[in-house]
Design a protein around this ligand. Sequence first.
Ligand code: GTP
Length: 294
Amino acid sequence: MKVIVAEDDPVTQLLISETLKRWDYHVLVAKNGLEVLALLAEHGDVQLFLLDWQMPELDGIELCKKLKTSRGTSCCYIIMLTSKKATENIVQALDSGADDFISKPFSPEELKVRLKVGCRIIETENSLLHQAHHDGLTNTLNHRAIVDVLSQLWSRSVRDKSSLAVLMLDIDYFKRINDSYGHQVGDYALKHFCKLVKQELRPYDSLGRYGGEEFAVCLPSTEADEAMIVAQRIRTCVESHPVEYDGLNFTMTVSIGVSVFSENQQSYKELLLDADRAVYDAKSKGRNAVVFAK
Ligand SMILES: Nc1nc2c(ncn2[C@@H]2O[C@H](COP(=O)(O)OP(=O)(O)OP(=O)(O)O)[C@@H](O)[C@H]2O)c(=O)[nH]1
């Protein structure tokens, strides 16, 4: 696990960082709060912090407040390390957002177990957050999460006048798959479908389960013609990769509606609605088709 150690005394900094490396932590060091913020610009995934209270420029308490307010939903666990010992100091540290407090001089064994507690809490929170945002079957974003992503991207497009496309994907005759082969095979087919779609997307595109066998894809910085190409690629890929399960082999197809951001839209909901209408058109045109929203 990555950990940022902030300590202005070079000897103590070296002692702590070498000890943590021996315990298999990936250690990043800073000598004040500002350096921690600079490190985070490059290592935004760090969640564990060991902060000295008294540091020049930006001290541990002020840094705690900044980290807790700026990191949104991403979990971070802060251990405050200080020679202060009074109850009022502990209260102040925890009140400013620290999760734990160790008084110097401390025993390495105590530091080791407190770091372990931090890792345990970070892992639990990460797993809870993942469950809150993902669909349990397909491991794609769930309905609320994909709508949140779209709403944020839409606001960014309004602000920057940048392009944005949405694809609405609806698997064709999915009920027949369940009816013919059973629900378990239907579940497998949904997972297979999502794997195929994901391999056609860029790392910064988002796929989410909008409902049952309907999925939404957000394509930031994507114009209409590029979105149509991606949609056609997905359609072809699904059609040409049959579901293979326990001796079964059958082809699945998908109907896709495509819509793009325009400055006339009042909300991201219009973008979704347009894509939804286009899927409906694709279905009425015979399915296994891509339709651009008018
Ligand atoms: N196995 C499985 N089936 C699901 C799941 N969620 C929804 N479904 C099924 O998906 C089917 C969707 O059926 P319909 O809405 O009639 O659509 P369709 O059969 O795909 O037909 P068209 O969309 O018109 O092409 C229903 O039978 C649902 O029970 C799921 O998580 N697992």
